[in-house]
Design a binder for this molecule. Structure first.
Ligand SMILES: Nc1ncnc2c1ncn2[C@@H]1O[C@H](COP(=O)(O)OP(=O)(O)O)[C@@H](O)[C@H]1O
Ligand SMILES: O=C(O)C1=C[C@@H](OP(=O)(O)O)[C@@H](O)[C@H](O)C1
Ligand SMILES: [Mg+2]
Length: 172
């Protein structure tokens, strides 16, 4: 089986994915790190030098390889399920379970404000209010895709360990 974690930037896909993989003795892949290795540049540099459309194309192309994995937990990028037919490729894959880590706009704002420099889509937003407004609108657009996951966990008041334990319960 492959477990795909989806959800908005900052919901904890990378953090929870690693914990979950350790708990269930699966391998872990952070799709962003994988893309950085295969492109040979950080995501920030890729957006700057090649543009977002290039990045989305890389995500689209490399997703094909992920679908062949087994015994893996994969933390996808926040945008991965929201472009092309990626969400149906994920949910339609044999042997895959797509899980949405759902967080409120305020939780995401609090978590992302100190880390926005690592995320090119939000790094230009100066104030916390501007970030909050951006996330509210962006999440509204993206929820259409995230809501197609096979399971959803409301993560607002959970530690990463608790989120991982919730996923294990869903999988059992
Ligand atoms: N359940 C949680 N509770 C509190 N902080 C969390 C939780 N999950 C993740 N974080 C923190 O939120 C930030 C974003 O987490 P990250 O795993 O990078 O999210 P994503 O990969 O979805 O963008 C990190 O600083 C991480 O330590
Ligand atoms: O939401 C997005 O479009 C993106 C999310 C990022 O991953 P995280 O969700 O792990 O931050 C990364 O793929 C890139 O900066 C674009
Ligand atoms: Mg991540």
């Amino acid at each position: 089986m492959i477990v795909f974690l989806i959800g908005y930037m900052g919901c904890g896909k990378s953090t929870v994915g690693e914990i979950l993989a350790n708990k269930i003795q699966y391998r872990f892949m952070d799709f962003d790190n994988y893309l950085e290795d295969s492109i040979g540049m950080s995501i920030t540099e890729t957006f700057k030098q090649k543009g977002e459309i290039f990045f989305r194309k890389q995500e689209y192309l490399h997703l094909e390889k992920l679908l062949e994995l087994d015994h893996y937990v994969v933390a996808l990028g926040g945008g991965t399920p929201c472009y092309g037919d990626n969400i149906t490729r994920l949910t339609g894959a044999n042997n895959a379970k797509v899980i949405y880590l759902k967080a409120s706009v305020n939780t995401l704002t609090d978590r992302l404000y100190p880390e926005k420099s690592k995320r090119p889509l939000i790094s230009h937003l100066d104030s916390k209010e501007a970030l909050n407004d951006f996330i509210r609108k962006h999440l509204f657009e993206r929820n259409y895709y995230y809501n197609q996951a096979q399971a959803t966990i409301n993560i607002d008041n959970l530690t990463p360990q608790q989120v991982a334990d919730n996923i294990i319960e869903i999988l059992s």
